[in-house]
Design a protein around this ligand. Structure first.
Ligand SMILES: C[S@@+](CC[C@H](N)C(=O)[O-])C[C@H]1O[C@@H](n2cnc3c(N)ncnc32)[C@H](O)[C@@H]1O
Ligand SMILES: Nc1c(NC[C@H](O)[C@H](O)[C@H](O)CO)[nH]c(=O)[nH]c1=O
Ligand SMILES: N[C@@H](Cc1ccc(O)cc1)C(=O)O
Ligand code: SF4
Length: 362
């Protein structure tokens, strides 16, 4: 190695842009150097965004769990004839949205399976019906994979799909369905989803149209450290070009009730070391992102607090309901009261602030 780890971290703090190879080296750390990486990331976080810990007051609405993709890491998606399958009608979705409004949310996250019967119009109707009862709330929905599906089903371009979604009331796009942006891995964990190139193209189209999105990674299943580094490099390149990502959201694989784990094709999720390194390396590598989120629903609140000391500055949302985590075997993933978030932040000398989806303080 040309550098000691400490020299490398000093270089990053002085503005050196990490290479993919260097990211692999950081992800592979196994001893107390993990803590040095976390400390460097925490320093960078402090320089970049100060001592605020943010969260968004949001609510998930799951419209349907029927899904054509049935990804191996997912415990939520169901076949249409599964006894546990559900598909809400418009009135039910509006009722859920009214409840969200009564909870003073600034964001509604429409988060569902990719129903094989959905067309462009189905998505437009869903977004419009929420818009009707929740004006002023950011409708955060649709991954690039869902845009690709609407486009395929209705024979219009993906740009046109995004435009129709915007007219219907879409605020921001979900940077989900990213999983691991390496096609060999996608072939194993989500073979029915759009490929890497399509995901990248659609995200860039949205950003160029002025629609911002999150950026996610779903890690801890079958990918290698090199795959994680590749994924980060793809996101950093997109951000250089568009500046459209609001934040990076690592999603730690909840494994218990998933087909991949049950078939012995994935380990029981990421370790604590890997959870901390994902946040820390992301903070150090993604020099063009302001915000790194830790998802309390995926890693638990105690681990989330430690991630806030390792480069993260955002706790994600209140959510109120998270069937994706619960159905995969996650515990305590539904709702986190801001008072509990406050306790986490205060415990490490930081200040909790509510934000909107695009990080304006409320
Ligand atoms: C459940 S899907 C819903 C939206 C849409 N169907 C999609 O795939 O983007 C949203 C994201 O949840 C994440 N996810 C699904 N199952 C998970 C699990 N068991 N553990 C962690 N994250 C998971 C994946 O990253 C996925 O892209
Ligand atoms: N909806 C879920 C999220 N969303 C991420 C944040 O809550 C928020 O929507 C985003 O930061 C944009 O403001 N994260 C999860 O881990 N699980 C969800 O179900
Ligand atoms: N859908 C993801 C979480 C998520 C949703 C929207 C986002 O923008 C980012 C992350 C999950 O349940 O695991
Ligand atoms: S992750 Fe999304 S696309 Fe994949 S099975 Fe689950 S709901 Fe469907």
């Amino acid at each position: 190695m040309p550098h000691s780890l400490h020299d490398l971290l000093d270089d990053v703090l002085a503005g050196h842009r990490l290479t993919e190879e260097e990211a692999v080296r950081l992800f592979s750390t196994r001893d107390r150097d993990v803590l040095a990486i976390a400390a460097a990331a925490d320093e960078l976080r402090e320089e970049k965004v100060g001592d605020r810990v943010t969260y968004v007051r949001n609510q998930n609405i799951h419209v349907t769990n029927v899904c054509k993709n049935l990804c191996g890491f997912c415990g939520f998606g169901r076949r249409v004839d599964d006894p546990e399958a559900f598909c809400d009608d418009i009135a039910t979705v509006q009722e859920k949205a009214r409840i969200a409004v009564s909870r003073d949310v600034t964001e509604i996250c429409l988060l569902s399976g990719v129903h094989p019967d959905y067309t462009l119009d189905s998505y437009v109707d869903l977004i419009s019906c929420v818009r009707e009862v929740a004006p002023g709330v950011d409708i955060h929905t649709a991954s690039p994979d869902e845009i690709a599906w609407a486009s395929e089903r209705s024979g219009v371009s993906t740009v046109e799909v995004i435009e129709r979604f915007r007219e219907a009331g879409l605020g921001t796009l979900q940077g989900t369905a990213a999983e691991i942006l390496v096609d060999d891995v996608r072939q194993v964990i989500c073979p029915n989803k759009c490929d890497t190139q399509t995901w990248v193209r659609i995200i860039k189209e949205a950003h160029r149209m002025g629609i911002r999105s999150t950026a996610t990674i779903m890690y801890g299943s079958c990918e290698s450290e090199a795959d994680r580094a590749r994924h980060l490099a793809i996101l950093r390149d997109i951000q250089d070009e568009t500046g459209g990502f609001t934040e990076f959201v690592p999603l730690s694989f909840i494994y218990q009730k998933t087909p991949l784990y049950r078939a012995g094709r994935a380990p029981p999720g990421a370790t604590g070391r890997e959870d901390i390194l994902m946040v820390a390396v992301a903070r150090l590598f993604l020099d063009n992102f302001d915000h790194i989120q830790v998802s309390w629903g995926k890693v638990g609140t105690k681990m989330a607090e430690m991630a806030l000391l390792a480069g993260a500055d955002d706790l994600g949302g209140t959510m109120f309901c998270d069937d994706v985590s619960v159905d995969a075997g996650g515990e305590g993933a539904d709702y986190l009261d801001p008072a509990d978030m406050q306790r986490l932040a205060e415990d490490i000398g930081r200040t909790l602030r509510q934000r909107t989806t695009t990080y304006e303080l409320v």
